[in-house]
Ligand binder design. Sequence first.
Ligand SMILES: NC(=O)c1ccc[n+]([C@@H]2O[C@H](COP(=O)([O-])OP(=O)(O)OC[C@H]3O[C@@H](n4cnc5c(N)ncnc54)[C@H](OP(=O)(O)O)[C@@H]3O)[C@@H](O)[C@H]2O)c1
Length: 278
Amino acid sequence: MSNGLKKTNLKTAIVTGGSKGIGFRIANILAKKGFNIVICSRNLLEVKKAKREIESYGVKCLALKVNVASYKQCKSLVKKTIESFKRIDLLVNNAAIQGPVGRLWQNNVKEWEKTIQINLLGVFYISHLVIPYMLKQKSGRIINLSGGGAAYARPLFSAYSCSKTAILRLTETLAEELKGKNVQVFALAPGATWTEMTKEAMQKSIKIKNKKNLDELKMIQASGGTSNIKHEKAASYLLSEDSKKLSGKLLHVDEIDKIQKTSFKMKQDSGKLRRVDY
Ligand SMILES: NC(=O)c1ccc[n+]([C@@H]2O[C@H](COP(=O)([O-])OP(=O)(O)OC[C@H]3O[C@@H](n4cnc5c(N)ncnc54)[C@H](OP(=O)(O)O)[C@@H]3O)[C@@H](O)[C@H]2O)c1
């Protein structure tokens, strides 16, 4: 098991929303490892710009304008990936939006719906299309980006947090369905990171005058948030043999070191979303 940037045997990775922010970081980390990359976003100029940087690592990058909220567009992405690279070894479901910020009854209905369409249905669509190829290959990994409010209540971010909680249950359920098939599914909490999404959360928090959010976001802005090194370590771990036993689980980037160093026994049922703890 290694945390270094050794090239892996795996070959093709799809990173949705790989044009900027954490997705772009992950795409670069994977390119350094020798993966051919497929990225998509709703902005063709931005994905093309990202492609140039990713290809500077000597791999191929397919950059596509795709809205993951459209099954038809996701289908075309997967078709083009197979035409170009013949296989899909890793799927990183990263594309997401912040959605409306504020009390639920004051949220715009269309914005709420759109958040679920992108953050949840987008993950379902691509996974639905990619998994048959992974099953045929008898190998594959899926990493679903979790987010703030996934494992606990997050007032003022109801659409975002509901979509991310649903991702956790989707991850757990899918891991069960894929047991014994050598396809692992993880949820990854990437840690607060200064990106377009956190910038937007800051602007929206100013608008609704939420001091608590604003103070937290200012701290992320000042430090830049989670380092590249932590994301590299998380990627290496989730591609390792050792992480296979954690398929279905939510891992936080801050815990990766601890998970690797500690020998622990998993509880029979460590799901917490449906229970009262007492
Ligand atoms: N930043 C954080 O602190 C933080 C913390 C926890 C979890 N996360 C999670 O990490 C992931 C990345 O977040 P980020 O902060 O890097 O966000 P970001 O900077 O806003 O980047 C989001 C990416 O997704 C793309 N995207 C959004 N909607 C899309 C759609 N419908 N179809 C295709 N692509 C789409 C964006 O491009 P276009 O907008 O041009 O389409 C962009 O490439 C998200 O899942 C987020 O929930 C972030």
